[in-house]
Design a protein around this ligand. Structure first.
Ligand SMILES: [Cu+2]
Length: 260
């Protein structure tokens, strides 16, 4: 199979619906994503770079040389916890030779996101061509918390959820400005009033994940395996035209959610 056609590097993926892949192809695709996750977990950056097309590496890292790509991946991944693959489904083949799949990944052990990936055959193996974010697919049994976002506050449908169940924070923007929902784990002795006061966050603050919504729209943040405890929702967005920029958390756009 030829390499990625020139000029195709900005494509977000094949738009064709495609045909459901046969079992052997679906298995190859599952094995491919397992290989990516295994390389990431082992910090085998050369092995990981070999799984990507030139087009993917050019778009993400502006290189095609695999040694340079491995170094770029290492720098990109410094200090972060590798993504884990949670599910691979809807493997499809397309007339242009691409193979697509919908994949759920988990970042940092908690943040579940859903992607549509396109792969191509290169040198007799499948390689990653492009990725496109999809609305996250919440696992069965998820607990949904409605979060209305206004200027400048979160209004939660419930303030406590049981530990153990996957959690969906369904953020609906009922305001006039764009808003985000960042889920944080602050130290027990450093409450959200410190964020409102603009004090610098302690280094041990963990950012679990985030979602974003324009006025009238809804974004889901899906998280799994949260330890029991108190979590903080905060908006660090500032509307354009507001000068100097002031993150909404400084206006009090912060809330707490108890897990456990
Ligand atoms: Cu906001």
């Amino acid at each position: 199979m030829p390499a990625t056609p020139a000029g195709d590097t900005d494509s977000a993926g094949s738009t064709s619906a495609g045909t459901l892949a046969d079992a052997a192809t679906a298995e190859r695709v599952r094995a491919f994503f397992a290989a990516v996750a295994a390389c990431q977990a082992a910090r085998d950056f050369a092995g990981e770079a070999a799984l990507y097309t030139d087009a993917w590496l050019l778009r993400g890292y502006a290189v095609t040389d695999r040694t340079q790509a491995a170094a770029a991946l290492r720098a990109d991944r410094a200090g972060s916890i590798a993504d884990a693959v949670f599910a691979v489904r809807d493997v499809r083949t397309h007339g242009d030779g691409r193979v697509s799949a919908e994949v759920d990944t988990i970042t940092g052990g908690h943040w579940l996101r859903t992607w549509r990936y396109d792969l191509v055959e290169e040198g007799g193996a499948l390689r990653l061509l492009s990725a496109e974010a999809r609305p996250p697919r919440a696992p069965a049994g998820s607990v949904v918390v409605g979060v209305a976002m206004v200027e400048y506050a979160y209004e939660l449908s419930r303030v406590a959820v049981p530990a153990g169940a996957p959690l969906v924070l369904r953020a609906t923007n009922k305001g006039r400005y764009d808003h985000e929902l960042q889920l944080l784990r602050l130290p027990a002795d450093w409450g959200p009033e410190n964020l409102v006061a603009g004090r610098p966050e302690p280094l041990v603050t963990r950012r679990i994940g985030f979602t974003f919504a324009r006025p009238g729209e809804t974004g889901d943040l899906v998280v799994v395996n949260l330890e029991p405890g108190v979590y903080t929702l905060a908006c660090f967005w500032s509307e354009p035209g507001r000068f100097p920029p002031v993150p909404h958390v400084r206006d009090g756009m912060v809330a707490q959610l108890i897990v456990g």
